[in-house]
Design a protein around this ligand. Sequence first.
Ligand code: PRP
Length: 190
Amino acid sequence: MTQAATERRAVGVVRILIEARAIQTRIAELARELDDHYGSDIPLMVGVLNGAVTFMTDLMRAMTIPVVIDFMAVSSYGASTRTSGVVRILKDLSEDVEGRRVLVVEDIVDSGLTLQYLLDVLRRRNPAEIRVVALLKKEKGEAADVQVDQVGFAIPDEFVIGYGLDYAGQYRNLPYVAVLDPSVIDDVEV
Ligand code: PRP
């Protein structure tokens, strides 16, 4: 790693919340549960772009059963650190979900609004089953009561970055989950 890269990371990270190794250990556990759940069936894994890409690619490689993958892109936040409650489909699935066992893969459930919207859309397409796995779920009272079947880590209500999660498009490539330094919010160009 270059000195410049080290300094860039240090600017945004207040503290590491979940180390890279702990993420991989937990993903192996989630993958074993999913292998058991699906048995000889082939689930359609639906990753929610962009944040879930990192989790999805690690999770599917930790699973031993065959899977089919597809992606949806939805927008809820823009460049802000708080949800707007507005969700739009930016990219829809290529696969037909009717009669399939669908596994929605999310990086984080915060307010739950994005996932709630996505599940409503998918349920209307008559899948045989919908299951949801999220790497992170915020522990907050006001969150929507939304279906999440497997959670990697319950985390406090702080703005987190890394391992797919961004602030203003940055920090997704950190291998760990970290808390964003609030002073960065004013510094990042959005
Ligand atoms: C993030 C994250 C979830 C959603 C969770 O996506 O990936 O999809 O917000 O927030 P909520 O539970 O409050 O709805 P975002 O819209 O920031 O896009 P991204 O995945 O491209 O970062």
